[in-house]
Design a protein around this ligand. Structure first.
Ligand SMILES: [Zn+2]
Length: 413
């Protein structure tokens, strides 16, 4: 069994949940302190001590330093048209007087609401944008490889989402690249990067790529499958999946910044901001599968599978991630979070299951064979042919008797 996600073997065998929020120690790179509180909660407490007026001054100074005199592009903002990137780019352009070139690494399959939001972002928000569409045939194969060997078909999107912006910055000689939030600090991960202004290029691989680069994925595919061969791609197809050369970026003095360093990051506030300024609309099909929210990432038909696979691998899904952030923001209590986790975490993303299988060119049997490959023994147990989480955050409080059926059984046709 070949798995190239290096995070899986490093999971602690004893599952512990944060005492303050809903996340567990199974989240990759997370650290809980001696009192059982996770890094993101601790970081949130220290965020309240941050002088945001001073941080804004830093932002203003940064913009002064990088703003172009003649009005040419001076900052690259990777943007999906979602609430967070809309907030970042709009703020930089209209409040801080920058000249952003927004760039978009295309989703696998746009949802209709996702495409509408993207169009509105350009039309209502008022932005220049470059969108990169991948070689679709190759991208599908990469996604299948990533699903099989990394346990996340989403990974080829991640490669380009990070890299494309820097290729464009380098090409157009733009020195500043602005992302939204520091995911490690906001959703709990590696404390080494909590207080940084941007991700150092040297640790991109372990932080963003699960320790598996595009080259690792391709090599694994060539060696272990009969559906992927060297005829499926050439070097030009790989361009935007690969991170640009670190030395080249350093020579050109290109820097990486997170808006969450300069501005207090509250997803709900970003949502209101995007509704007001870029014509953003919430999900009109009702809530997003796997969670209770209507405004979380909704650009891509397949993003539900990204969270579902995280649920399989780590025992914590999208509702865990959403509630943990909301508990820290003081919008809900931990008890409410636990109820929401029990109700929604791990819900199977059935709405686009057929499209997902077609996209990857696999059948249901293959889908479930791969899913089961990613269930660790310390997280899952099988009783009467039904998979069950060994331990949940709601065991002690709500009981583990009426686990929602979607957690443990294959959905009906
Ligand atoms: Zn926590």
């Amino acid at each position: 069994m070949t798995i190239i996600d290096k995070q899986i073997n490093q999971l602690p065998k004893e599952i512990i949940f944060c005492k303050k929020c809903s996340v567990s120690n199974q989240r990759p790179r997370i650290a809980l302190d001696k009192d059982g509180v996770c890094g993101a909660c601790l970081n949130h407490t220290s965020k309240n001590k941050i002088n945001w007026t001073d941080r804004e001054k830093e932002l203003i100074e940064l913009c002064q330093e990088y703003r172009s005199k003649e009005g040419s592009y001076d900052v690259v903002v990777p943007s999906s048209g979602g609430k967070d990137s809309a907030y970042v780019s709009h703020l930089l352009k209209y409040k801080y007087g920058m000249h952003p070139l927004t760039v978009t690494w295309a989703p696998f399959e746009y949802t209709s609401i996702g495409f509408k939001n993207f169009r509105n972002y350009i039309k209502v928000g008022g932005f220049n944008n470059l969108m990169a569409w991948q070689n679709g045939k190759f991208h599908r194969k990469l996604s299948r490889l990533a699903f099989e060997f990394i346990g996340d078909a989403w990974q080829p999107f991640t490669y380009g989402q990070i890299s494309y912006a820097f290729h464009i910055a380098s090409k157009f000689n733009i020195k500043l690249v602005f992302f939204g939030e520091n995911g490690e600090a906001e959703y709990s991960g590696d404390p080494r990067v909590f207080n940084l202004k941007g991700m150092p290029f040297e640790i991109w691989n372990e932080q963003y790529l699960k320790g598996a680069t595009i080259d690792d994925l391709i090599k694994t595919g060539l060696e272990n499958t009969n559906y992927f061969t060297e005829k499926d791609y050439d070097n030009s197809d790989l361009t935007f999946y690969k991170t640009p050369n670190i030395n080249e970026m350093k020579d050109k003095k290109i820097i990486f910044r997170w808006m969450s360093y300069y501005k207090k990051w509250t997803p709900q506030e970003n949502y209101y901001y995007a509704v007001k300024n870029t014509g953003f609309k919430a999900n009109d099909d009702g809530r997003t599968e796997g969670t209770y929210s209507k405004y979380a990432s909704l650009d891509d038909l397949f993003d539900g599978f990204h969270y579902y696979l995280a649920f399989i691998k780590f025992g914590i899904g999208r509702a865990t991630s959403d509630t943990a952030h909301e508990v820290r923001d003081g919008h809900i209590t931990r008890d409410e979070a636990i109820r929401l986790v029990k109700k929604f975490d791990g819900e199977f993303p059935s709405r686009y299951f057929t499209e997902f299988l077609e996209y990857l060119d696999i059948d249901k049997i293959e889908f479930w064979r791969i899913i089961d490959k990613y269930r660790s023994n310390h997280i899952w147990t099988k009783k009467d042919k039904i998979w069950k989480l060994k331990q949940t955050i709601y065991d002690d409080i709500l009981g583990n008797d009426e686990i929602p059926t979607y957690i443990s059984s294959i959905p009906k046709d």
